[in-house]
Design a protein around this ligand. Structure first.
Ligand code: GAL
Length: 683
């Protein structure tokens, strides 16, 4: 008989399998990197830059992403030897390379020879050479050219031991409104709806005589148009970015070692395409994390990290971030001394396995001369260099503790692009921002739970004690089924404002909100109101007031409990339910119809987490201390950062190893922007 495996060994192996980075990052599990553009400098200068990078603890350079004119100076004549030499030179300094395909910046000869590859703006004008992203992402000729250069790169560097992975293109963004793309969209609609009758019905085109009798009558609409058409244009945009990416990804994958990852750089809350669609084919998610004007908002930025981690539901990279300041904000202030380091650790706390600065050194000319850098145009360190070097040292020190660790959460927030778009197109209150709505829930819940996942509504939810859907406006049948099963199996689902109003075609659900979830709730939204003035409310979460939006709720079932009621306002809302909840077997479903002020939201968050049995990952800490746990086979690591305005002392629940400073600590004192990394063995 086969001996049964030891369950704790099995668990350890499973944790390792789940957490281990699939790609070659073993030597430096937490990487410090920088964007480097060797093509902008004489080769004789490379050595000095690389030596400085090594001094700063940089172990990864990101190269190539805008160097197409250097890689292919004329059509079909490829020159990649300089890149080979740059990669080898970096390797001599213990620096690995990530190669970016250069397709965000097509060379002038390409645009001149194939003008059809230029994108058409919405007003019908053609874009032009001289910036970047001027290409048409749906154009077959552009794709042919992009595939060829990606293939050349993959063939040349696919087995290079110093190449860690690939970034396809750069920040997918601009789309094209030309006639050929419109025809592709119409074909895409045909594949989705099969018949015009079906499309006409699902979009209610009887309204305003929109009925289509031929596919080529269907226009492109953005912003104001038929809700079904608007949503499907964005889905087409997303699918077209996915196929644009696949076009390169396939030739890369066919020519490179499996240890080399393939990613692209996303942009946090940017909603120009559905990131869940585009991320499907990638090995790992990565994003460009810029503060711009002002200072790091750990909740807002932390949520963007958690969002990015949710694209693949595993660790990710911060593949670009600002060394101090940017050049594109209203006021390009520098982050305060210590803030760049705090931000780097904040990234790692939320599941980043690499933090890479954009950029090493500014080009002498070009559009970004004023952007933050690590060394100046003279090639010597700027003041921030020493802080970056400190990060480098600390990443090395913490590497053994952080290797193969990942984030795990008891709470999930549901996020969907369909819902965000649907609300953006019909805000009904011009000040209504669906990302703000997510943030209003995220901040107080994260402060209690100390970890949150942000995932799409069709993700597997079984591991969560609490699932919050702040603005799930569009609810597909698959998502509805998933959420119902979650509640029936014992989960607690909290729905926020504007939930479950629309179906998969952005049409109104035939039932009042929350549509198919109303049965479980034993109640519904009787009416929604856009507000000019705040409305008061009171109940189990104390009393407060909320602006923007209020939903008048009603209960149908005797066991649906009213948690909060509106006070005196427009008459309709007076004394009516503002939040209701119902126990459903072992689970629970709650609906919050008011925009809660921060104090009331804090009480609501306490109630949500307590009712669901959610525990703090570490335990109580002073306000302004961000705690982020990462878990591995050997135990837990906590990253603590002081984002408050004064020094703070934190009492740990038990003695832990101080990873950065050494020794066992029972308490920690952190200055403003101070960071501690502590670890505890598995208990
Ligand atoms: C990013 C872009 C980089 C650089 C940077 C400046 O959006 O990917 O190439 O332009 O902004 O902040």
């Amino acid at each position: 008989m086969k001996p049964s495996p030891n369950p704790s060994v099995l668990l350890a192996v499973m944790v390792l399998l789940f957490a281990a980075p699939a790609f070659a990052q073993q030597n430096h599990p937490i990487l410090l990197g920088t964007a480097w553009y060797p093509e902008q400098w004489p080769e004789a200068r490379w050595e000095a830059d690389l030596a400085l990078m090594q001094q700063a603890g940089v172990h990864m350079v990101r190269v190539g992403e805008f160097a197409w004119s250097r890689m292919e100076p004329e059509e079909g004549h490829y020159d990649l030897d300089w890149l080979d030499r740059a990669i080898a030179a970096a390797a001599r300094h213990d620096i690995s390379t990530v190669i970016g395909t250069p397709t965000a910046a097509p060379p002038a000869w390409l645009t001149q020879k194939y003008p059809e590859t230029l994108r058409t703006l919405e007003d019908g004008r053609k874009d032009q050479h001289g910036n970047r992203q001027q290409f048409n992402w749906a154009n077959p000729k552009y794709r042919e050219m992009a595939r060829k250069i990606a293939e050349q790169l993959a063939k040349k560097f696919g087995h290079n031991p110093h190449v860690l992975g690939w970034q396809i293109d750069n920040e997918y963004n601009e789309v094209s409104f030309d006639a050929a793309t419109k025809a592709q969209f119409q074909q895409w609609l045909k594949a989705r709806y099969e018949t015009l009758d079906n499309l006409n019905t699902r979009w209610t085109t009887a309204y305003w005589s929109q009925t289509y009798s031929a596919w080529d009558q269907i226009p492109i609409q953005t912003g104001y148009g038929n809700p079904g058409l608007l949503l499907n244009w964005m889905r087409f945009v997303s699918d077209t970015w996915r196929s644009y990416q696949r076009n390169q990804l396939e030739v890369i994958r066919a020519n490179v070692d499996t240890r080399q990852f393939i990613t692209t750089n996303m942009m946090g809350w940017f909603d120009g395409f559905d990131h869940y669609t585009v991320a499907q084919d990638l090995d790992m998610a990565a994003w460009d994390d810029y503060v711009g004007q002002g200072h790091l908002n750990p909740e807002r930025n932390g949520a963007a990290h958690d969002l990015t981690r949710g694209f693949k539901q595993k660790n990710f990279w911060v593949i670009e971030t600002q060394p101090g300041s940017v050049n594109w904000a209203g006021i390009n202030n520098a982050l305060a001394k210590g803030e760049v380091r705090a931000m780097a650790w904040h990234d790692v706390g939320h599941g980043a396995d690499a933090v890479s600065y954009w950029q090493w050194r500014s080009a002498l000319s070009g559009q970004e001369q004023y952007h933050g850098v690590i060394v100046g145009s003279d090639g010597t360190p700027v003041p921030l260099f020493s802080e970056v070097a400190q990060i480098g040292k600390e990443f090395e020190k913490a590497a053994p503790a952080l290797a193969n660790t990942t984030v795990r959460s008891e709470v999930a927030i549901l996020h969907s692009y369909d819902s965000r778009w649907a609300i953006q197109w019909q805000k009904h209150n011009k000040n209504y921002d669906p990302v703000e709505e997510i943030a209003s829930y995220y901040a107080p819940i994260r402060a209690i739970a100390q970890s949150i996942d942000i995932v799409p509504p069709t993700a597997s939810l079984a591991q969560y004690k609490l699932v919050v859907a702040p603005g799930l406006n569009v609810l597909s049948d698959a998502a509805a089924k998933n959420l119902m099963a979650y509640v029936q199996n014992g989960g607690h689902l909290v729905l926020g404002q504007r939930s479950a109003m629309k179906d998969d075609d952005n049409a109104l659900q035939p039932q009042r909100q929350p549509g198919p979830l109303g049965e479980l709730l034993g109640g519904r939204v009787d009416q929604y109101y856009a507000l000019t003035d705040s409305v008061p409310f009171s109940g189990d979460w104390g009393s407060g007031e909320g602006g923007l939006w209020a939903e008048l709720l009603s209960t149908r079932d005797a066991d649906t409990q009213v948690l909060m009621r509106y006070g005196k306002s427009n008459g309709w809302l007076d004394d009516q339910p503002a939040a209701i909840t119902r126990k459903v077997g072992p689970g629970r479903i709650t609906y919050i119809g008011a925009w809660l002020d921060p104090k009331t939201m804090q009480q609501a968050a306490k109630w949500m987490t307590t009712t669901s049995g959610v525990k703090a990952a570490l335990g109580g800490v002073p306000e302004g201390i961000e705690v982020s746990p990462r878990y591995g086979a050997q135990g837990k690591v906590f990253i603590l950062i002081n984002f408050s305005k004064q020094p703070q002392t934190i009492a740990l629940p038990h003695a832990m190893t101080d990873v950065l400073e050494g020794g066992e600590k029972q308490s920690l004192t952190l200055p403003v922007y101070g960071v501690a990394v502590v670890s505890a063995k598995k208990d």
